[in-house]
Design a protein around this ligand. Sequence first.
Ligand code: TXA
Ligand code: MG
Length: 339
Amino acid sequence: MHTLKLTNSKQDIQTAGKLLKDGELVAIPTETVYGLAADALNGEAVANIFKAKGRPMDNPLIVHIADLSQVDDLVAFVPPVLEDLAKAFWPGPLTVILEKSELIPDEVSAGLDTVAIRMPSHPVARAIIKAAGTPLAAPSANTSGMPSPTTAAHVMHDMDGRIAAVVDGGPCEVGVESTVLTLCTRVPRILRPGRVTPEDLFDVLGDVEVDDAVLGQLAQGAVAASPGMKYKHYSPKAEVYIVDGSAEGFAKLVNEKDPATTAALVFDGEESLVECRTLPFGAEDDSLGQAEHLFDDLRKADELGVTDIFVRCPSAEGVGLAVMNRLLRAAEFRIIEVD
Ligand code: TXA
Ligand code: MG
């Protein structure tokens, strides 16, 4: 299959919409990461997403809408709190889990009786949903297990020849996937952290929990509230290690490694401390900047052809919780303590 490269022109957006309506797969930009979209109400088209990504069939997808009125048909009932959440965070990087309606194909919900819904804020994503005239199921547009794509070039690297088209909307602003919040527990619970922080949600909900799996490792045999959390994730080919401690302690550890096979993800301004190749991923106190650059840097480190990537341990406060959550999975929970 030849993968069409589309721009964000009106005409190309119409083309993308038509392809989607016809049951094809199209990668689309969103404010978080690029999504691999299909008509959410077409089970056959959605099944092809899993094939293109090599995604396990038991990991459900997020349904993307452009207008709040689209929610009604997709869910069994709309809890009153959804209105407050929508007012505060939609359109934007928040996904909400609700009880699903019969319209949702099993391929989307992976056999669960719930569905994940999000209204993206990216103008191109919204225009494509409208052009398709249907809600779009879309996971991140990476090969399963790889870092999520934050540029159209990342998408092409993973998906060229496997999907009908990719729409280039420029680099993604947020850089990590949406916050996933379930409203199906007694107290609303964050299953995956993102740009919308626990503090942001607390302000609207008055009460919110963070699932243990966000920073912890799922115990063997335990059932994941969000199936995506049980898989190795966001991993480049090289082994990733988080190093917790001072910049000097980090440099001492990394400078003992072979610079030919080692790369370091450092905070801005620390490049000169380290002898191997460095990729700055944001200032130490800038979680937003770190979120924006993390996946791109992990992919870049892989392109250097190194076998080991050492990463300065970020703060897990605010949006930092999302950065740490992704990094822990990329590193398979390996943390090295230094002075
Ligand atoms: O920012 C995002 O959310 C991006 C863009 C494209 O919108 N999408 C994205 O999709 O990250 P994906 O499939 O890579 O991640 C969806 C996560 C997975 O961890 C999945 O297990 C969880 O949401 N999820 C989806 N439906 C669920 C459900 N019904 N119950 C629990 N977890 C669910
Ligand atoms: Mg993903």
